[in-house]
Design a protein around this ligand. Sequence first.
Ligand code: ATP
Length: 332
Amino acid sequence: MSKHTLRKIALLTSGGDAPGMNACIRAIVLTAYHFGIEVIGYRHGYNGLLQQEYKPLRPADVHNIIQRGGTILHSARCLEFTKDTAAQLAAKNLDSLGIDALLVIGGDGSFKGAEHLARFWNGQLIGLPGTIDNDINGTDATIGYYTAIETALSSIDKVRDTADAFERIFIIEVMGRHAGFIGLSAAVASAADQLVVPELCRDKEEELAHIIAKLDKSRQERGNSSHIIVITENLWHSNAAVLSETLQQRTGLECRPVILGHVQRGGSPVSQDRMLATKMGAYAVEAALDGQTGVMVVEKDHQLNTQPLAVSWEHKKALDPYLVKVQNELFT
Ligand code: ATP
């Protein structure tokens, strides 16, 4: 890589927090230090950029954070950032501090924010995919996704114990606002009986008929036994409680909803997230040194690379088709 002049960079974490964000911050700071680049961290996502709320980040500041969930910079939504006046103010604030490049760790919404800022600011912008949802096209995984699967999985395993004891039906709601990646992985790994995710969801009545038919089939084969249905949030008139109630009314069987919720965002990152975050963080600094801008760091087939930010929202990332086949065809 040819080295571009870079004296000072800023970074922020935006959107939903994800385990591994701290590992990523650490990697950025240590790599920047290696190349003699000063780093500041804005707090509370784009809000910090508008309010000049920042702190210097040196190697000592990122000591002992790799194992911590959340983000030491805190994250936030900043609805105001969609306005041109907000992006103009952010550009002015960045220039006043002499920032050459801004690194944004977040999801596709945060990357849209970076693209918006690029209309008003001449500095370099690099995105790092940090979201438990894994819904960013162009990269095999996002920072936080692996930990979220583990968290969902350990909860489903526990629910299964009580489900088994009472031979009950449990509907377990996992996160993934518009994407079924956590749902699919957690369902396969926990041997869930059924999976309902946005990518595969039919018309509500049709889906309900399908769920009941599968439930009947499993009761014919196994008799009374536990039955686990994994569903992602925001489906079925908002949540699993509604599906549970509907199913109970239609079948006369006892159903219980379990909403895993925000626990899936927390916790110490698993090794895969720490490794991914570390690689991506270091690579982002090298990409900035290489003069790149308007791109996000991705990893495909164990190969780090960059892609235009717009790839994250222009094409929807598909679920692993073979995992879908195993869950929904071969095992039914
Ligand atoms: P996650 O999906 O994990 O929650 P995300 O980054 O997609 O992460 P969003 O809430 O969609 O989360 O976006 C985070 C922030 O990015 C918003 O609060 C806003 O500050 C900024 N942002 C999102 N969309 C835009 C846009 N079109 N223009 C400017 N800024 C945006």
